[in-house]
Design a protein around this ligand. Structure first.
Ligand SMILES: Cc1cc2nc3c(=O)[nH]c(=O)nc-3n(C[C@H](O)[C@H](O)[C@H](O)COP(=O)(O)OP(=O)(O)OC[C@H]3O[C@@H](n4cnc5c(N)ncnc54)[C@H](O)[C@@H]3O)c2cc1C
Length: 362
């Protein structure tokens, strides 16, 4: 289907729109044009307008995973659509269609209220539902792809409505088809989730395991009943507590969460490094038949002395070396300087190339 203009809905893009409060790094930036849409007909009108005016479409969610550049050319659009619709259910599972504009954490809390499980470990990740498949958000042993059934939206270059099954999304660690073939060319309007009616706690991640063991040791139930006595809200609360204790609140200290992805490297290189650095934390990579290993980027940065260290108006966070924070008045250049200095030190010490997780938005 081609973009169609709907004369009943007007389009009012705002020129020279200040994006500094719309990105969690609080970087100074102006969008050539900006508009939020509240319905599919408004969205189609915006796409038609951009087509007519020859403006590139740029998609903004919560701005929590991007390095916004000083000038963003074209028309920045943001979804204000937040509906959740139950599509179907059976004895074991329930399927919901969730609009892209809903805040991710609100959806996690809603799903728990609906007694639909699988998202608890992903509580408090900033951003929107629409962005969640883009980098296959993950935390505390769970990735969102485990709960995604389908992703729906519009291909920007053709105006075609499209739908991707979980397999077609080509999900992997912090990656999906929306960062590859469809990078900047697919507007996600809805994500379809398949959630379980039975709560199965995922507490393999060390701090959660500790909290679960502590909690269960105080309850008077036998071992087989233990797992059943945990609630999804309880696990979400633990995740929220751990995150609050480790990660700076972007409202107070501008940041984009983990700034670098954990590097994935070949096993022989890791084996060599482990001879020199036996305490280096490494994790197996799923489906790599043992050939690839993930290394904890935060540990590498910490070992290079960057934890709590500043450069200009940028700093690697005191509690978590992987989080790059910015001070008031910081610019894109401050960010780039510390990024490059950290990358160079990690390369010199370990021979490993760190790659930023947030992508430039321009
Ligand atoms: C304090 C903090 C903690 C974090 N912790 C985690 C974590 O534990 N795990 C994790 O995986 N991430 C984490 N992140 C990163 C971030 O929250 C996620 O990547 C989130 O999904 C980004 O959502 P957003 O709406 O802010 O996306 P944005 O930053 O607005 O956009 C990110 C990218 O997705 C694209 N995009 C956004 N919406 C759409 C859409 N509807 N259709 C198509 N493309 C779209 C944008 O164009 C851009 O390329 C953290 C960030 C912060 C600040």
């Amino acid at each position: 289907m081609q973009h169609q203009s709907n004369t009943h809905t007007s389009v009012n893009p705002i020129p020279d729109f200040d994006l500094s409060k719309h990105n969690t790094l609080a970087l100074p930036s102006k969008a050539e044009y900006f508009c939020r849409y509240k319905s599919i007909s408004e969205l189609l009108n915006l796409l038609a307008y951009a087509n007519k005016e020859k403006l590139n479409i740029k998609i903004l969610g919560g701005g929590s995973n991007m390095i916004v550049q000083p000038e963003v050319k074209g028309l920045v659009i943001q979804s204000a659509m937040t509906d959740v619709v139950k599509l179907s259910e059976n004895d074991d599972s329930v399927i919901y269609a969730v609009d892209a504009g809903l805040t991710w954490h609100d959806w996690v809390l809603k799903s728990i209220k609906f007694c639909a499980y699988g998202l608890e470990n992903l509580a408090l990740i900033p951003g929107t539902v629409g962005a969640s498949p883009v980098q296959n958000i993950g935390a505390y042993g769970v990735e969102v792809c485990q709960a995604i059934e389908e992703v729906r939206g519009i291909q920007i270059s053709t105006g075609q409505w499209m739908s991707f099954s979980r397999e077609q999304c080509d999900f992997s660690y912090r990656d999906s088809i929306f960062k590859k073939q469809f990078k900047n060319d697919f507007l996600i309007t809805q994500v379809i989730f398949k959630l379980s009616k039975v709560f199965r706690p995922q507490t393999s991640y060390a701090p959660l395991k500790q909290m679960a063991e502590q909690f269960l040791s105080t309850t008077n139930v036998d071992a087989n009943e233990n797992a059943k006595s945990l609630s999804a809200q309880q696990v979400a609360d633990w995740v929220i507590n751990v995150r609050n204790s480790k990660l700076p609140d972007p409202q107070i200290i501008p940041n984009a969460g983990s700034f670098f992805t954990n590097p994935i490297i070949e096993k022989p290189q890791v084996d060599e490094l482990l001879k020199q650095f036996p305490t280096m934390p490494v994790y197996p990579v799923a489906n790599s038949t043992g050939k690839l290993v993930k290394v904890a980027a935060g540990w590498l940065i910490d070992q290079c002395g960057w934890k709590g260290k500043s450069l200009g108006l940028a700093k690697m966070h005191d509690q978590q070396a992987l989080v790059l924070t910015l001070k008031p008045g910081a610019s894109q250049q401050d960010l780039l300087s510390i990024q490059q200095a950290v990358q160079a030190d990690v390369m010199n010490k370990f021979g490993i190339q760190l790659r930023p997780e947030p992508q430039p938005f321009y």
